[in-house]
Design a protein around this ligand. Structure first.
Ligand code: FAD
Length: 467
């Protein structure tokens, strides 16, 4: 519990916010406090002093003004899915954008304006009414805000780029309380930084995204192979990624078979290799031929490939990452996936601590690599792959074993890494300072300069430091 003096400060902050916000202000005594401070990762148990649930940009301006007056530690929450739980802080102010759910699609201009509390599932639902998408992440419950500000790797990134590459402009409240538009023409430094290095620049209230024609039906590959063939399948898959066209975004998962109705019960939860790929064009426009090399990697356990609605694809695995369970993720960017790297991955796959834990190799290149290395703060344009090691478990007694597995597997893959790591899969808080160079690479200095220019007093410094 805070000291008497700190408690008085917290009360004053809460009163200041209550007198000026349209949205709800939640403090330690509020009946909704525990629900409002919970994030997706059940490992995170932080107790902020006050949560300002912003109803709109004007509320964000007031929350930023209150932060300047009272100087609490500030964290910013979009969809609440960062594995490190960095959207919530202890004893400080959470500027919570999750009530801000507005989406407006302009099909003729092929743009969508989405507020910062929107999730990918919510955005896809609106854009898909018009057969349009902005490339998002692979799990519909994640927030558009954190994901886009960190880059945004997804199922159609080789065709349409990272999520941040489709940002045409964004609205941001900076530390001085000014509502700014950042785009190529206005505040270009801020716009550069927000695309890949967007933590701690200010509070983004909405994004204007470019939209691309795709859906409602898309063609995809989903083939399950036996774990015993993992090394052989990974090698063949790697070779197939070299010649994949930009219309195909391949990935491979070392995971367990889902307990779904389409799958024979004897396979449920057994270890397997899942080959996935999505075609970023009309399902009948050469998709079958383009996807064939991903589909034909030897005798499968099951082949579930076919066409499906884009919104179904985007939410197909969401149920496998339920809110409130325990998670830890870390990743490496890689230039190559050598035979030694594959052997190491297969070795660590065989030691996965729970069926919920997985290793994912995503393929970059294509539209991601066509953006110039200095065009945005995202620092990994030349990487061919991202390998993420994702532990998931329920029982707190497994905390050490599960986190230990992910950390050790990540260490074992270090020799094969480009040296880069992805801010959106960046472990827990204690990694933040060690990881900064790996996350932002050569862009670290320019990012710091940009942050200092817009936030000279470091109001958002904690948000910038956390992954
Ligand atoms: C199950 C799961 C699947 C995932 N899949 C993918 C994937 O396919 N591709 C991918 O790229 N990533 C993926 N991620 C990682 C995801 O990109 C990050 O977790 C991201 O931070 C989620 O955004 P959020 O808004 O939900 O997070 P939050 O936890 O709310 O925010 C994370 C951080 O972003 C900053 N932030 C958030 N909102 C704002 C804002 N409005 N203004 C300024 N700063 C803000 C804050 O610093 C905050 O601490 C996945 C994560 C999970 C949990």
């Amino acid at each position: 519990m805070p000291s008497e003096q700190a408690a008085a400060g917290e009360r004053a902050l809460a009163e200041r916010l209550r007198s000026s916000l349209r949205g709800e202000v939640i403090d330690r005594g509020h009946p909704g406090y525990d629900e409002a401070r919970a994030v997706w990762n059940g490992l995170i148990d932080r107790r902020p002093a006050v949560i300002a649930r912003c109803a709109g940009t004007a509320d964000v301006v007031e929350a930023v003004a209150a932060s300047r007056e009272h100087r609490p530690v500030v964290s910013i929450r979009g969809g609440g899915h960062q594995v490190a739980g960095s959207g919530v802080c202890d004893d400080g102010l959470v500027i919570d954008l999750s009530p801000m759910k507005g989406v407006h699609v302009d099909p003729s201009a092929r743009t969508a304006r989405a507020q910062a509390g929107v999730t990918w599932g919510e955005l896809d639902r609106e854009t898909q009414l018009h057969g349009l998408v902005t490339p998002g992440g692979e799990i519909s419950a994640t927030g558009i805000a954190g994901l886009t500000l960190g880059g945004g790797l997804g199922f159609v990134m080789r065709t349409f780029g990272l999520s941040c590459d489709s940002v045409r402009s964004l609205e941001i409240v900076t530390a001085d309380g000014v509502v700014r538009t950042a785009s190529r023409e206005e505040e270009p430094d801020l716009f550069w930084a927000a695309r890949g290095g967007g933590r701690g620049l200010g509070v983004v209230t909405s994004f204007e995204f470019d939209l691309h024609a795709l859906g409602p039906e898309v063609a995809g590959v989903l083939v399950l192979h036996a774990q015993e063939r993992a090394e052989e399948v990974l090698r063949a898959w790697r070779d197939a990624t070299y010649t994949a066209p930009e219309t195909v975004t391949p990935e491979i998962l070392l995971w367990s078979v889902p307990a779904g109705p389409a799958i024979p019960p004897e396979l449920h939860r057994s270890n397997c290799v899942m080959v996935g790929a999505v075609y970023g064009g009309p399902p009948d426009g050469g998709a079958t031929a383009a996807l064939a090399p991903q589909r034909d990697l030897g005798p499968p356990l099951m082949d579930l490939s076919g066409t499906l609605p884009y919104v179904t694809l985007q939410s197909a695995n969401t149920w496998r990452f339920p809110d409130g369970e325990r998670y830890f993720m870390k990743s490496h960017f890689m230039e190559e996936l050598t035979d030694d790297a594959i052997r190491t991955l297969v070795d660590w796959d065989s030691r996965r601590p729970t069926p919920e834990s997985l290793i994912v190799v995503r393929t970059l290149g294509g539209a991601v690599a066509r953006v110039g290395p200095d065009d945005s703060a995202f620092a990994h344009r030349s990487a061919r792959y991202n390998v993420s090691i994702d532990a998931g478990w329920r029982d707190p007694a497994l905390d050490e074993a599960a986190i230990g597995w992910a950390r050790s597997a990540w260490d074992a893959m270090k020799p094969f890494s480009s040296g880069g790591t992805y801010v959106n899969f960046a472990g827990l808080g204690e990694d933040a300072s060690e990881l900064r160079g790996a996350v932002f690479g050569a862009h670290e200095e320019r990012l710091e300069r940009t942050r200092a220019a817009y936030d000279p007093e470091g109001l958002f410094a904690p948000a910038a430091r956390r992954p």
